[in-house]
Design a binder for this molecule. Sequence first.
Ligand code: COA
Length: 170
Amino acid sequence: MASSGLVTDEADIEIREPSPADHEWVARHLQAWWGSTTIVGHGGHWDAARLPALLAIRVEQIIGLATFEVQSVDCHLVTLNAIEERIGVGSALLAAVIERAAASGCQRVWLTTTNDNLHAIGFYQRRGLRIVAVYPGAVDRARQTKPSIPQIGNDGIHIHDELELQIKIG
Ligand SMILES: CC(C)(COP(=O)(O)OP(=O)(O)OC[C@H]1O[C@@H](n2cnc3c(N)ncnc32)[C@H](O)[C@@H]1OP(=O)(O)O)[C@@H](O)C(=O)NCCC(=O)NCCS
């Protein structure tokens, strides 16, 4: 286990960077969660399997993944997934990404999520992120590039739009 990890207070969740041995796991899970390792959204597309990442580990099992990209003063959180939900994985990964971004001199962490993802929209707002833009039809446009993006998402909501959220840091 990499020594760069930090151990959170809750549920003994360790956050660490993936080792080369984790890359197959990362790619396989991104594919399963997002239909492809390529994340398509407002402003472009990202091969999340090639981005910097953080893993959440508990009892030597990977239970969460964040991928992100630092560009100058912006840190883009590209994906965030918890395998075991509601035990603090998402919070620990988000905090770790913000910590890394601050250490890299970033002034904000931002992400987009889709209009159906009410759970994530609440999750991020409860952790201090603010909705700073809405992109009507952005998912409909992304679907032309990535047809595997479903038409209907959480709670039977048709997926059309992206919301951009951010937290200012530094
Ligand atoms: C959004 C997501 C990352 C949240 O991850 P998570 O690991 O469930 O998040 P946490 O456990 O840190 O927090 C979730 C809730 O569980 C609660 N919780 C955390 N530990 C807990 C515990 N030990 N006991 C009870 N509740 C707990 C938190 O308080 C939080 O509730 P709140 O938001 O009302 O404060 C996760 O639901 C997910 O993977 N969703 C699918 C992918 C997705 O939509 N990603 C985001 C868009 S990119």
